[in-house]
Design a protein around this ligand. Structure first.
Ligand code: ZN
Length: 202
């Protein structure tokens, strides 16, 4: 409980420069001004639309790392709002995420993708459901280039027939993971699959 209370405000240090943050921002004004919109890029195969909040560089990279590696959950509502702000809620039925590997989940004790999806769902007022499971054992960063380009082996869990689904992820690089997610969800008769991501690698 004490931990939850302490986590309810943004960390006092800016992820970019270590300086002080304003109360309602996860970074200082100067570093926040350096955060760039995501570069345009191809929509992964099978994904009906892709929205990305930021370019994955500089202070954004540090911010995402704080969530991913240091479990700084105070950033999540803010990041969730940034992602949700790019979506049209009228076209969405359910929010899900690309699960991290079970190894990573055990190491970290949480799934950052799930946490971000829950923040997005809260912001949109839409249910958040686990619709995908992962079969690979190896984290993607440790996989070969060829294996990475194929994406993880995902299987569907839960019904999505006729639903407009949002798949949330923190970072998109090749898009192979989102393509794998879209393939599974479309196989299970989802009406549409929109990917909503916090940051895209330049
Ligand atoms: Zn700063």
């Amino acid at each position: 409980m004490l931990h939850a209370l302490a986590d309810a405000v943004f960390p006092s240090s800016c992820p970019g420069c270590g300086g002080r943050n304003p109360r309602d921002e996860p970074w200082c004004a100067a570093c926040g001004a350096t955060a760039r919109p995501a570069p345009r890029g191809a929509v992964p195969v099978g994904v009906d639309d892709l929205v990305v909040a930021y370019a994955y560089e500089g202070v954004v990279r540090e911010l995402v790392a704080r969530v991913k590696y240091h479990n700084r959950r105070s950033v999540l509502p803010w990041l969730g709002a940034a992602v949700a702000g790019m979506l049209d809620v009228r076209d969405l039925d359910v929010v899900t995420w690309v699960p991290t590997t079970s190894v990573r989940r055990r190491q970290r004790g949480f799934d950052h993708g799930e946490l971000l999806a829950r923040a997005v769902g809260r912001e949109l007022g839409r249910p958040v459901r686990r619709l995908l499971r992962r079969r690979d054992a190896e984290p993607q960063t440790g996989a070969s280039r060829v294996a990475r380009s194929r994406g993880p082996v995902l299987v569907g869990t839960g019904g999505v027939a006729g639903l407009d689904v949002v798949v949330v992820d923190d970072v998109v690089t090749t898009g192979a993971t989102l393509a794998a997610a879209a393939r599974v969800l479309h196989e299970r008769a989802a009406r549409s699959v929109v990917a909503a991501v916090a940051a895209r690698t330049p």
